[in-house]
Design a protein around this ligand. Sequence first.
Ligand SMILES: [Zn+2]
Length: 160
Amino acid sequence: MSDCCSVKSNSKVPDVAACPMNGARSKQVDMLTVRSLVRQLPLGMPNDQYYFCEARDCDVVYFSFDPQAPIFRREHLMVRVGAKETADPIPICYCFGFTRQDIWDEIRSTGKSTVAERITTEVKAGHCACEVKNPSGKCCLGDVTRAAMDGLSVVGTKSF
Ligand SMILES: [Zn+2]
């Protein structure tokens, strides 16, 4: 009945946590993703639940509740974190290498974006690896759609 061990129970951790740096609501991320994308994991790293801060103005990428656990910042990752970059190249889809520039270029020349469709086809064929390639650990399709919508409004195509 003692609750002394409850800290270690992963079922008890909340789905979202506030980033220790800027307080942004951050979603859970798999340890597999953290292990895959952090350049050099410290030895004896605790197997804690990590969270992904996607706030643009924040340098923290991964953090956990455990004060002993390391916090990982942008410079610790092997990839650029698209959500935190304001200068190109801004990666959007990590599995197939689409950047915001690619999406916007297509919109500039054709007036529309087919990237989401192309990714969907690849995903259906089982070719994606978001958990080990995308810093959020999630599928990028939502980000692709958002980037396409941004692109359409920036380019200001009249065909819509
Ligand atoms: Zn943050």
